[in-house]
Design a protein around this ligand. Structure first.
Ligand SMILES: N[C@@H](CCC(=O)N[C@@H](CS)C(=O)NCC(=O)O)C(=O)O
Length: 218
């Protein structure tokens, strides 16, 4: 039996999307990460990082949203899973790429559009983050100009991991028209029925002090 910890309006939605694509039943523990739900002794025994998502599979816990999805792809197979070692390497590569090249600037851009309280938003910082995203976005654009999906011609965990992270793009109203192949690909990924089922974000997060800005903050 699988148990997923994490509310839909958190990085747990990435794993919910994957589980729904795979049509795998799971128990859901929403876990309120904004109000101490991830800091209880009980939760820290499951994920000592004090973060969601974490997936418990038959008593063993795995954390890191994109790693969980790669694990689920391997475990349940099907067309979402890498078909061979090369595809597995590519899926890992693009997942690490999404986290290292895209996530921080995109999240900070989104914070400055809707996740920070209005008084904490900084339009100049938003523009800086958009400028930083140009390099990885051009990389993905060039890749998708040659193929319909990240691993070739079918939707896989590699698409899901990147698109789930980039679901902040429409939420933050970030224009990506300069990257037409990436824009069409993202739209098609987010239109999948399994992607739709997560609640709109209705909370704000505090702006961290400048010295902590580079640490993960939401
Ligand atoms: N890299 C981790 C990040 C997890 C993360 O930061 N989750 C946030 C919610 S989206 C959290 O649990 N924050 C609570 C905290 O840091 O105390 C992943 O992708 O799973």
């Amino acid at each position: 039996m699988l148990t997923l910890y994490g509310a839909p309006a958190s990085r747990a939605h990435r794993v919910m999307w994957m589980l729904k694509e795979l049509e795998v039943p799971f128990r859901h523990e929403p876990t309120d990460f904004l109000h101490g739900g991830t800091r209880s002794a009980e939760f820290l025994r499951i994920n000592p990082n004090g973060r969601v998502p974490v997936l418990v599979d038959d008593g063993r816990a795995i954390f890191e949203s994109l790693a969980i999805n790669l694990y689920l792809a391997r475990k349940f197979g099907g067309t979402l899973a890498p078909a061979d070692l090369w595809e597995e390497g590519q899926a890992t590569q693009w997942s690490f790429w999404a986290v290292t090249e895209v996530e921080k600037p995109l999240l900070l851009a989104a914070c400055n559009r809707f996740l920070f309280a209005e008084a904490d938003r900084d339009p100049a910082e938003f523009q800086q983050m958009i400028a930083r995203l140009d390099r990885p976005f051009r990389v993905l654009e060039a890749h998708l100009a040659q193929r319909s999906h990240v691993l070739g011609d079918r939707f896989t965990v590699a698409d899901l991991n990147i698109a789930a992270l980039m679901s902040l793009v429409p939420l933050a109203g970030i224009g990506i028209g300069d990257y037409p192949h990436m824009e069409a690909w993202l739209e098609s990924c987010l239109e999948r029925p399994a992607a739709a089922d997560w609640k709109p974000i209705r909370f704000t997060v505090p702006r961290p002090p400048a010295e902590r800005m580079l640490a993960s903050f939401v």
